[in-house]
Every structure is written in C-alpha cells, then in structure tokens.
Design a protein around this ligand. Structure first.
Ligand SMILES: NC(=O)C1=CN([C@@H]2O[C@H](COP(=O)(O)OP(=O)(O)OC[C@H]3O[C@@H](n4cnc5c(N)ncnc54)[C@H](O)[C@@H]3O)[C@@H](O)[C@H]2O)C=CC1
Ligand SMILES: O=C(O)[C@@H]1CCC=N1
Length: 257
C-alpha cells in the first residue's frame, strides 16, 4: 500500500459548515493545492481554486449532505481510481462509497466544527493503511484524531462527538435561560453561561485530573453546587444516553437514504 497520496490536486466537494471549517485549517497547514466544488459558492476561499480541473484528483473530500451524495459523486466514478477519497458524511458506509467509486481508497471521517479553530476531534476509519496516513495528516491539522478499529462504531461516535458541539451550545443556551429565570438580565446570564462553559472546557483540557475529580473540586460538602447537582445529575446521564442513541440511530438511517 502507498503511504502517501499520488501526485495531483485535492478536491473538496461541499464547502459548507463542515467542509469550509476543515478547508481553512488545511490551507493554513500548507496542504493541497485545493479545488473547491460547490455550486453555491461563487468564489473559492483564499488559497483554493474554484471548480474541478482537467487533472484527476489525488485526494477527494466529500462534505455534502448524505441525502445528495450519490448524485454528487456519480461524475467522479472513473476519475478517482487510486485516489484517497475521504467522506465526512454521517451514515454513508465505506462499502456504499466503494461501490459508487470503484478503485478509490476510501476513508471515513467524522469531524466536528471546533475543527475551525484547530480544536476538533475527528473519528477516522479506513481499511487502507496508506490512506490512513494521508487522512491522519489532514485531520491532525484540525485537532485530535481517534482511530476506530470497527467502522460500525461510527454511528455512536457521530452521536457523541460529531453532533456533540451542538449539545454543548444547547447547554449554554439552557444555562443562560436558567440564569434569566433566576432573575439575571439576558446579557449577564449569557456572559456567565458562555464564560463558564468555555472556562470549564479549557480547564478540562489543561488539567490532567479526571472529570469527576474536577467536578468534586467545585462541590463543597453541603454547599451550593451539591444542591444544584442533586437536581441535575439523576436526569443528565439517562438524558444523554437517549440523546446519543437518537443521533446514532439517525446516523445509521441516513446511510440508507
Ligand atoms: N456540520 C457539522 O457539524 C458536521 C457535518 N458533517 C457532515 O458534513 C456534511 C456537510 O454538512 P454541513 O457542512 O453541515 O452542511 P452544509 O449544508 O453547511 O454544506 C453542504 C455544502 O454542500 C454543497 N453542495 C450541495 N450540492 C452540491 C453538489 N452537487 N456539489 C458540491 N457541493 C454541493 C452546498 O452548497 C453546501 O455548501 C454532511 O454530510 C454532514 O453529515 C460531519 C461532521 C460534523
Ligand atoms: O447533524 C448532522 O447530521 C451532522 C453530522 C454530525 C453533525 N452534524
């Protein structure tokens, strides 16, 4: 197996929220050259060129919605044999991609939007060792990478980390709303909620202590945090189990659409 991409350009199909976030990091890291194929984009971002060229690509990243992927990749069949094709699409299996794109060296990836600032976490899987090296180098430019041994774990991973930033942003919204309900102004409540979540996340990233130890350090016996956690914790675990299960089930079903 080759451990690097064949010569040629890198193509990004779909330069929306996720594709655009990744592309910014990849251009900054000096990868490419990149071509952006997205009918909604009148211009490519700085550092990339708009539209497919005459040459066949070395690397193709598929970042369109799962609902449209078959029609998007149909013109690629015959141009990507030997190319590394990386799909960030939820639910679409490597087998389905390989069937649509004969000879492509398929990688599945599930990033998340903090990749935009190099703070993403991306789940990766490929049966092709050389393609793993190519994809690993790309996604390491956007944050942490976690390799899966079993592609079937992608649905659960998507439910945890692909969708996960939205849960955290939803938590910020809910904590701010709770602050308002307790009498704070909108602005003060949002500043406190946002600052608390970002500060706690940064502490979790920088302090080697386990999450439960970090939680205990906030929780004075008989104090305010204990009173709050007594309300929050019994429901939080089951709620997140149901949340991740719902997202994982949707990931699984998207593959069939
Ligand atoms: N948004 C997120 O947080 C994450 C999204 N993903 C995956 O990334 C993919 C894209 O999601 P988003 O970026 O959120 O969607 P989006 O709607 O922001 O971007 C999709 C892009 O595809 C473009 N597009 C539509 N038809 C096209 C065509 N025929 N050829 C080329 N481009 C075309 C659209 O113009 C749009 O810019 C999905 O498959 C999703 O599962 C994966 C991880 C996280
Ligand atoms: O909501 C979605 O389907 C995509 C996949 C993971 C995050 N966003």
């Amino acid at each position: 197996m080759r451990n690097e991409a064949r010569p040629g350009t890198h193509w990004l199909l779909g330069c929306g929220n996720m594709g655009g976030a990744l592309l910014g990091r990849w251009i900054a890291a000096g990868t490419g050259p990149w071509r952006v194929i997205d009918p909604a984009k009148a211009d490519a971002p700085d550092g990339a060129v708009r539209g497919a060229g005459d040459d066949d690509p070395a690397v193709v990243v598929l970042a369109v919605k799962p609902q449209v992927w078959r029609e998007v990749v149909a013109p690629l069949a015959g141009r990507v044999a030997g190319a590394v094709v990386i799909s960030v699409m939820a639910g679409v299996t490597a087998a389905a991609l390989a069937e649509a794109l004969p000879g492509a060296r398929i990688v599945r990836a599930m990033p998340n939007t903090p990749a935009a600032i190099g703070q993403g976490v991306t789940g990766l899987w490929s049966a092709d060792a050389g393609a793993r090296d190519v994809a690993g180098a790309l996604f390491e430019a956007a944050g942490a990478v976690v390799w899966l041994e079993d592609e079937a774990d992608f649905d659960a991973l998507t439910g945890v980390s692909g969708s996960g930033p939205a849960y955290v942003f939803g938590f910020i919204e809910a904590l701010a709303a709770a602050g308002c309900a307790a009498g704070l102004s909108d602005d003060v409540a949002m500043a406190l909620a946002r600052g608390t979540v970002t500060g706690a996340a940064a502490l979790a990233a920088n302090d080697p202590a386990a999450a439960d130890e970090l939680r205990r350090r906030v929780t004075s016996p008989g104090g305010t945090t204990a009173a709050g956690l007594a309300v929050l914790m019994p429901g939080l675990g089951p709620l997140l189990v149901d949340t991740v299960a719902a997202a994982a089930a949707r990931s699984k079903s998207l593959g069939g659409e």
